[in-house]
Ligand binder design. Structure first.
Ligand SMILES: [Zn+2]
Length: 398
């Protein structure tokens, strides 16, 4: 059963039950599920076992003041008060985390193109097996092995909400805002970007497409992308203090349990080995216990998209690059093939690596060329590499 997050601090020190709010690119984000649970009306005494005592209320700085709130945690009677247990997640929080967009799907794509990108070893899950203030990680880490930087892209269509103007010690952050079909706002956060690789035109308010290139991960320490998803909780009043509608990090993959694995020597959170892999299904906001069977992104697919409908090809272009003519293939076709669709200013490309393979070349460039010559409409399947759309397959309408 999913539980509230409880830190297990070193013996003798006061218990910590949450991570403080953190600023990213000038915006405040909260990690405190206890506060969120109170804001949406859960009662910590409702699920308290009869034989247990709630831990003492604790101060929480919500950015505009400090409020004392009751953590959803208890000390087993006669047990160690510094080893509290988290209560099961209550009805209201459960409903909220399962459906943070009030019926709309959190329709997120993976925030990168590279198939080699994997779930990070440190903080790959939403919690880490550590006792410091960062143990509630609030996001998902992605990295390459061996370590290398990689391109980051927008996980959903939206707008630039905030961006750092320069790199800090661990790079900078870009925050996007998104609106679901029913008008519920949510945010995605891309941390550890090399701000010098973020396109200049991505200024605040600028719209971005799903899959649009946002920049590269910065080449420091463990090169990784920290990807966060945040939703807004309701405003509330606690002990006479008005708490505004705050932005909380939630786990879009729906993992809210703290899993402590005795056999692990490192501090990472990793899933057990014998449960199904939720990463094979689409991402929804859902409260799951741990469901990972292996490194969840081990067989990550690149983000593949389709043009919305059939469209006329307006222009095609071959750019030859090889001086050597291979038997049976015109020199121009040994290079790159570009194609423009009507009312879309940016080209699609059959890349050099694809044109090098004879079968791909005949299957894509010649079909597309035929479609162009006979004014037939096409629909394309493609993926982004940087800002370039690479065609993977094509449909042609008779
Ligand atoms: Zn991280």
């Amino acid at each position: 059963m999913a539980k509230y997050f409880v830190h297990l601090p070193p013996d003798g020190s006061p218990a910590l039950f949450w991570r403080p709010a953190v600023n990213f690119a000038g915006l405040t984000f909260h990690f405190n599920l206890n506060l969120l649970a109170r804001a949406i009306g859960d009662d910590p005494t409702a699920t308290l076992p009869a034989w247990a005592d709630l831990v003492p209320p604790q101060d929480y700085d919500f950015g505009e003041g400090i409020v004392k709130i009751q953590p959803f945690a208890y000390s087993p009677q006669g047990g160690n008060v510094h080893r509290p247990e988290g209560l099961p997640i209550g009805q209201n929080l459960n409903r909220f985390l399962n459906d943070p967009l009030l019926g709309d799907r959190l329709d997120l794509s993976l925030p990168f193109y590279d198939e080699e990108v994997k779930l990070g070893p440190a903080g790959g899950g939403f919690f880490r097996k550590e006792n410091d203030a960062t143990a509630f990680h609030g996001g998902t880490d992605f990295n390459k092995r061996p370590r290398a930087t990689f391109d980051v892209c927008a996980a959903a269509p939206g707008r630039i909400l905030a961006r750092d103007s320069e790199n800090g010690r661990h790079g900078g952050t870009l925050v996007l805002s998104h609106t679901s079909p029913s008008g519920k706002d949510y945010r995605t956060l891309y941390h550890h970007l090399d701000i010098t690789t973020v396109p200049r035109e991505l200024t605040i308010g600028v719209p971005v497409r799903r899959g649009q290139y946002l920049g590269q991960v910065i080449d420091v320490s463990i090169i990784h992308l920290h990807f966060g998803v945040a939703v807004q909780g309701p405003s509330t009043r606690i002990s006479g203090v008005v708490i505004p509608a705050l932005w909380y990090f939630i786990d879009p993959w729906g993992v809210y349990d703290y899993y402590e694995h005795d056999s692990r020597s490192h501090g990472s959170y990793l899933p057990p080995e014998n449960l199904p892999d939720i990463y094979r299904s689409r991402i929804v906001g859902a409260v799951h216990t741990i469901h990972w069977g292996s490194q969840p992104l081990y067989e990550t697919l690149p983000v593949v998209r389709q043009t919305e409908s059939y469209a006329q090809i307006e222009q095609i272009q071959f750019r030859g690059w090889s001086t050597e003519v291979k038997p049976g293939i015109p020199a121009s076709e040994q290079g790159q093939f570009f194609l423009w669709l009507k009312s879309d200013p940016d080209p699609f490309l059959v890349s050099a690596s694809q044109t090098e393979a004879r079968f791909s070349e005949s299957a894509l460039t010649s079909i597309l060329r035929e479609a162009f010559l006979h004014s037939k409409q096409v629909k394309l399947e493609y993926h982004y590499e940087g800002q370039v759309r690479h065609i993977r397959s094509a449909w042609v309408k008779a």
